[in-house]
Design a protein around this ligand. Structure first.
Ligand code: M6R
Length: 388
């Protein structure tokens, strides 16, 4: 016969959020370090390594339909828009199709010339952004075809688009987008390569080079993130950046959208006023603001404009700017010119935005930490902007 059982009550303090973060102090940092996995999951199922081909089976648009397309639009907001700008550049370069990139918040109000023969590409991590959905619905109303890039399988964007490419970044908790962004970039390269294959606008060698570059990039990102001294260097640079209230980001060609993304990351996480400019534009006004100590962060990965961007870096250095430049390992020319240089592994310039943004994400992260900001939940912001 059993006696009466007496039980003590024990209070268990279970913090789910802390458990999900693992050993990372913030989701943003955890998500930055998840990027090699997110990229592999997004890229690997869509490339045939042996045949050096892109396999985008989920996109049903045919070569005939693509040839008959009168206009291609790209619409997205914030970080997703920056990915769209890289998409515009890449589709134009590889597939020879002009692409009009429009902020989704402007799209409906700018009377876009949509017809039944148009194609709209929308990019949205959440798949629920009101303005992006508005652009999608307007395009559908006009009979246009919609290709969506999204990270959420059960989202409105995914349900309403004709073709959907899922980015397999996994749930992104930090308001500041990092891993979703690099997978959106990967999707842009896959779309551009797929369209180019359909239209026969590039040689087999060019597609093979793109496939190899995409295959290698997750390992290159991993290699960068494994370099402890590199991360410490960025943290040190962040300590001096944290003391400022204003900052410029510059780049040319595809480095310009990367600069825009770096600037958005810094302003939303650290509340530093950051502006991104196409490097050549500084002379048309903003140069007036460059004075002793002004931080200027440069991105130099596009070989065809290498010298031109460096000459602008030289000009801001001559005016006393505190410069930090992201460039390829071994670029002594940049190292000699800039105050601080962050080296990334060499890759094909076309896919360099994926690698170049990683140090900018880390710079924004550590700057925000040093300013004591609420890194994962910046003031006034929400993860998905579901109202206009
Ligand atoms: O969910 P979406 O990709 O549609 O969101 C678009 C923007 O609101 C988003 O990228 C925002 O700019 C990020 N917070 C930036 O880090």
């Amino acid at each position: 016969m059993c006696g009466k059982l007496t039980k003590d009550t024990v209070q268990v303090n279970c913090d789910n959020e802390a458990a999900e973060k693992g050993s990372y102090p913030h989701f943003m940092l955890k998500e930055i370090f998840e990027q090699p996995r997110a990229l592999r999951d997004t890229i690997n199922p869509r490339i045939n390594e042996e045949e050096k081909k892109i396999c985008l089976g989920e996109v049903k648009i045919t070569a005939e339909q693509l040839k008959n397309t009168d206009r291609v639009f790209m619409a997205a907001c914030g970080t997703a828009y920056h990915a769209g700008l890289i998409g515009k550049y890449t589709i134009e370069k590889l597939a020879g199709i002009p692409v009009e990139a429009i902020l989704a918040s402007e799209f409906r109000y700018n009377a876009p010339m949509l017809t039944k023969k148009s194609l709209l590409i929308v990019v949205s991590q959440s798949g629920e952004t009101a303005d992006t959905l508005g652009a999608l619905r307007l395009a559908k109303e006009k009979g246009a075809r919609v290709l969506a890039v999204t990270n959420v399988v059960d989202s409105s964007v995914a349900h309403e688009a004709d073709d959907v490419i899922f980015t397999w970044a996994g749930p992104e908790i930090s308001v500041a987008s990092t891993k979703a962004y690099v997978t959106q970039l990967a999707a842009m390269y896959l779309i551009a390569g797929h369209f180019a294959e359909l239209l026969g606008t590039v040689s087999k060698k060019e597609i093979a080079d793109l496939v190899i570059a995409l295959k290698n990039i997750p390992d290159q990102v991993a290699k960068f993130l494994e370099q402890k001294e590199r991360i410490e260097q960025i943290e040190q640079l962040a300590v001096s950046l944290a003391a400022n209230e204003n900052c410029f980001y510059i780049g040319r060609g595809m480095d310009h959208p990367v600069a825009m993304e770096g600037s958005l990351k810094l302003k939303e996480t650290s509340y530093i006023h950051a502006e991104a400019y196409a490097a050549g534009e500084l002379k048309h006004g903003p140069m007036a603001l460059i004075r002793e100590g002004m931080p200027v962060i440069g991105v130099v990965t596009q070989d065809h404009v290498h010298e031109k961007t460096i000459s602008i870096v030289e000009e801001v250095v001559a005016r006393g700017a505190q410069t930090i430049v992201v460039t390829y390992e071994g670029d002594d020319r940049v190292a000699k010119t800039a105050g601080g240089t962050i080296f990334i592994p060499r890759t094909a310039p076309l896919v360099a935005p994926i690698l170049a943004v990683i140090p900018l994400q880390l710079l924004a992260y550590y700057t925000a930490v040093h300013r004591g900001c609420d890194v994962d939940k910046p003031r006034n912001l929400v993860k998905a902007v579901t109202v206009e």
